[in-house]
Ligand binder design. Structure first.
Ligand code: ZN
Ligand code: ZN
Length: 313
């Protein structure tokens, strides 16, 4: 197999983009966390405390994502000969774990508040500060999800989705606290904090599930699978059949392997020309692709010989 060198330049550009986004994520998470703690300090609201606590998780996971992205872009080495793509899933799993820790801390504070309830101080100032933090988060999350998907970075995308759930909980908390102040029903504050904690728990569980499926070598989707089949078919002139096509996704990388049936009398040189043509076509169509082709003589064919050119078995 020949390694395609033409992909070095876009790869370096993707790495820069992803690493820059991850670094900005840390800075923004710190700023938002500061604002949310100010909002808590102004009001003494346990719901705003839960919101602020959740943003500590963002700071830690933004750091973890940057680390994972740096590792995942390291070229293959002696100990990791297929590359380091899966490092990004670790940061997504860690994020899930930390989210669950945050939920437990919130529950502890809710318990404390229920035993010793206090009216909110300076609620409007606190809500304005928290609302500003939520707006910053909403803008940043939208950008992260879009860019993370384009760069096929599960760490960035997970980060974006997580921040977006923070925005939703922030809005819920703000609306609820406005109602609490308007009605004077102070119990609404710890009740909101419980809702935040439950939502956080659910998000953490979902996030870990997605990352674990990545660690389990999930195949590409049906649409991508059919696209890969089409590219192989269109470029395997001279071969008899293709079968046992298997794919797996690891972070940004897509691994593709299949059997290529050729005439038993074909020379190694001739079959290699076909392999290189298919590899080049797949490399051009799919980002960060690794192709392994197993060449076989015609008695390994799964379809009856003489059917149309290069059918799939
Ligand atoms: Zn080769
Ligand atoms: Zn075979």
């Amino acid at each position: 197999m020949s390694e395609a060198t033409s992909h070095t330049a876009p790869r370096a550009k993707t790495k820069r983009t992803v690493a820059t986004l991850a670094a900005w994520s840390i800075a923004i998470a710190l700023g938002v966390m500061g604002l949310k703690f100010v909002a808590w300090w102004l009001t003494g609201s346990v719901a705003l405390y839960s919101d602020a606590l959740e943003s500590i998780v963002n700071v830690i996971t933004a750091c973890a994502a940057l680390w994972a992205i740096r590792v995942s872009f390291q070229p293959a080495d002696r100990d990791h000969q297929h590359g380091h793509h899966k490092a990004e899933y670790f940061s997504a799993v860690l994020e899930g774990v930390l989210i669950i820790v945050a939920a437990l801390l919130i529950m502890a504070q809710v318990w404390e508040t229920l035993r010793n309830p206090q009216p909110l101080t300076a609620p409007w100032e606190g809500l304005a500060v928290n609302g500003t933090a939520a707006l910053i988060n909403a803008a940043w999350a939208t950008l992260l999800i879009r860019k993370g998907r384009a760069a096929r970075s599960p760490a960035l995308e997970a980060d974006g989705h997580h921040i977006m759930t923070d925005v939703v909980t922030s809005i819920g908390v703000i609306v609820g606290l406005i109602a609490a102040v308007a009605t004077g029903w102070n119990l609404l504050d710890p009740l909101l904090a419980i809702l935040v904690a439950v939502n956080i728990l659910y998000q953490g569980w979902r996030l870990m599930g997605e990352s674990l499926s990545g660690l389990m070598d999930r195949a590409v989707g049906v649409e991508d699978h059919m696209h890969i089949r089409d590219v192989i078919s269109a470029n395997s002139r001279g071969a008899i059949e293709v079968h046992d096509l298997k794919t797996r996704i690891a972070g940004r990388a897509t691994f593709i392997e299949f059997h290529l049936v050729v005439d038993a009398g074909m020379t190694v040189g001739e079959s290699h020309v076909i392999c290189d043509r298919i590899e080049a076509a797949l490399t051009a169509e799919i980002p960060s692709v690794r192709v392994i082709i197993h060449v076989e003589p015609e008695d390994e064919a799964k379809l009856p010989l003489g059917t149309s050119a290069v059918p799939f078995a």
